[in-house]
Design a protein around this ligand. Structure first.
Ligand code: NAP
Length: 351
């Protein structure tokens, strides 16, 4: 555990700010921190819109769970949110399935929001700052079809295939590390770099990361494009964040959070093998030939950003988190089934 801090010795509860409390990953981190007895602060963009839902979900009282309104692009509210905090998990950042009109719609809030969060954390005397970065900052912008990467790699944002989202995550993490080098003082910085996060959703207001799972289930994908992702369970991803918030001696560390690399057709196979047949009637049984994806992309611009991802395999080396932090991941089948069942039970997928 982080020793000392505003709330005393190594085994004492801490006060932690988790930014973007309405989010999929942030919600699970908040859950695990409250469960462990910590006091949690969170930021939301619009308190009036979000407070009731968050208080219903985290029913621990206002002394243990405090909600502050703060936008990534505005200083208002950040000093109050950081007050008395020992550590920060900076999770909020733009993420979308829609390609923005201009890449700066993602890059600017990601970079400026991260620097703003760092600046106010430092001013408040926060000791540990954990940034939710992404494998999008590590493993993209390469021509090889199949490769293995670890935390020493960085996405090449000059590569033409790199999406605005991957640029935003790479630029934000680099900016954070540069800012820390120049201004960080004794505050410690760690990044968690998750792969595709899947797992149970708690509200119908789900993250873009589960959209592919929704499409596999609801028939919008009659055949599965030859696409794959490292998959990490939401609960394991949050657990790695909590370890990074608490463990001593992690300054400047970087941890990939991923389980197994899965092609969409493998995810479909798991669903068919493990869910009741009436839930998998629309799940694809075949891989869509790449020529067909390319033909559809001519009339569906949304598919163009995946064209260069077809057929790629990325082996993400997670030995650092496992060896250094004792981090473990559950079987990917459990992640896939829990995600699918929650999408069905929340009515996100209509069968
Ligand atoms: P999410 O559910 O969409 O959460 C994103 C959060 O960021 C929301 O709380 C959102 O607030 C907040 N946000 C966005 N723009 C903001 C702004 N201008 N000011 C304040 N808050 C803002 O997505 P998620 O999947 O949990 O992702 C959370 C983080 O994990 C992101 O940094 C993402 O890049 C990273 N990540 C996600 C995955 C994944 O597969 N999900 C993988 C790797 C990394 P609103 O509710 O107000 O929109």
């Amino acid at each position: 555990m982080l020793d000392g801090g505003a709330h005393g010795g190594p085994d004492m509860p801490k006060t932690i700010l988790v930014t973007g409390g309405t989010g999929y990953i942030a919600g699970e981190i908040i859950d695990q921190l409250l469960e462990a007895g910590h006091v949690v602060h969170t930021t939301v963009r619009d308190r009036r819109k979000s407070e009731d839902g968050l208080r219903d979900r985290f029913d621990v009282g206002a002394a243990k769970f405090k909600i502050f309104q703060a936008d990534l692009m505005d200083d208002a509210g950040w000093a109050e949110a950081n007050a008395d905090c020992d550590a920060v998990a900076h999770v909020a950042s733009p993420i979308s399935t829609r390609t923005p009109r201009h890449e700066d719609e993602m890059i600017v809030p990601a970079r400026e929001g991260t620097i703003r969060a760092l600046r106010f954390a430092k001013q408040a005397g926060v000791r540990r700052f954990v940034q939710t970065s992404s494998v999008a900052a590590i493993a993209y912008g390469r021509d090889e079809k199949s490769y293995r990467v670890d935390e020493s790699a960085w996405t090449d944002i000059t590569h033409p295939d790199v999406t605005p989202y991957a640029k935003s995550k790479t630029i934000a993490e680099r900016a954070a590390r540069d800012w820390m080098f120049a201004n960080g003082g004794t505050m410690e910085f760690v990044s968690v770099n998750p792969a595709l996060v899947l797992g149970p959703i708690e509200t119908p207001d789900f993250s873009p990361s589960v959209v592919a799972m929704k499409q596999v289930l609801d028939g919008s994908m009659p055949m599965a494009p030859d696409l794959g992702f490292g998959v990490v369970d939401l609960r394991d991803c949050a657990d790695l964040h909590v370890r990074c918030l608490m463990e001593p001696g992690l300054a400047n560390e970087r941890f990939i959070a991923s389980g197994r690399f899965m092609k969409l057709i493998e995810i479909a196979d798991v669903l068919r093998a493990r869910l009741p047949a009436e839930h998998t009637k629309k799940v694809p049984k075949r891989v869509m030939p790449n020529w067909m994806v390319k033909a559809i992309a001519l009339v569906n611009p949304g598919l163009r950003s995946i064209m260069n991802e077809l057929g790629k395999t990325r082996d993400l080396d997670t030995s650092h988190a496992r060896d250094e932090l004792g981090w473990e991941t559950r079987p990917v089948e459990e992640t896939i089934v829990d995600c699918a069942q929650s999408l069905i039970s929340h009515g996100v997928v209509k069968l």
